[in-house]
Design a protein around this ligand. Sequence first.
Ligand code: PLP
Length: 364
Amino acid sequence: MNVPFLNLHSTYEELKPEIELGIKKFFDDGHYILGNPVENFENEFASFTDSKFCVGVADGLDSIYLALKALEIGIGDEVIVPTNTFIATWLAVSQVGAKIIPVEPDIDTCLIDLKKVEQKITSNTKAIIPVHLYGNPVDMDALLTIAGKFNLKIIEDAAQAHGAQINQRKIGSHGDIVCWSFYPGKNLGGYGDGGAITTNDFELSERIRTLRNYGSKVKYVHQVKGFNSRLDTLQSVFLSIKLKKLSEWNKRRENIANYYLESLSNTPLILPKLSLNALSSWHLFVVRYKNRNHLQEYLSSKGIQTLIHYPIPPHKQDAYSSDFQDDFPIAEEMANTVLSLPIGPHLEFENVKYVVQIIKEYFK
Ligand SMILES: *Cc1c(COP(=O)(O)O)cnc(C)c1O
């Protein structure tokens, strides 16, 4: 049996008539930059995330970068980020010239350790960027309390958390600005790059709306030195179609995750542990195991594709290794032991059962 890690083509197959109609309408309208499709998607996604405003941008990295810009964070400022994240979280901070202050995760939840955040706050700290890694949401109430106490901004990296909830509240407007990616492999993804921010703050939303479009609200009138980071119109057509399926697709992910959790509980694998009162979007199902590479090879020999999120933490990348000589042992331990099992809305249950069967065989 062959079990691919992710099957993106199935999303197209499931939605073919809607997608083809959407493409036809796009060409009939002949409007290629911003316009109604982007506005419609922004309204739909704001509504989905229970937030007041959504602004579509070019990709997830830009969404974090523009959030920092809108909050006027830059040179001389410090921003707290997790040591274990996709490098985009760090790159956005570097791009505005601010100083990265890495904080280790809690080894159980794999999320930024809130107990360690306070120790890193200085008079230069301006913001914290929590990452809802793998779809497991950070305890936002606790983080908001810390931010309130020290007057810090919160920019959420929600690139893996479409549809996640914490304490019965959707991820989307806890922090000052919430950043989203619609990279094809995300829970909500286009067929190309895309991103957005959501917020309840009208002024911040307008600032980002202006920044993403050459610093302009009215054509050829430029208030600020902006950028070109618009959500592509055709991608927004696809995203509106796929958004209608997101809750159902997340439910399918959850069913798979629950099956893994139950049937792998008696193996030596360390299974994912969610935050308290969390509803994960189950972007990834990440287990940990000390002989991870050996297990991965075994699964591969049985036709099961797994991935590693992530094999090298940002501080160990060449891009950052001259800036960070410190050890971050928890991030490094994670990089050496994590393994992402196949999960997705179009993964057949037969395949899921096969993955479990082969893992059990491995440990026999
Ligand atoms: C995917 C991702 C991003 C970046 O999104 P892009 O759209 O690829 O720029 C940022 N942070 C995290 C945690 C991600 O998973």
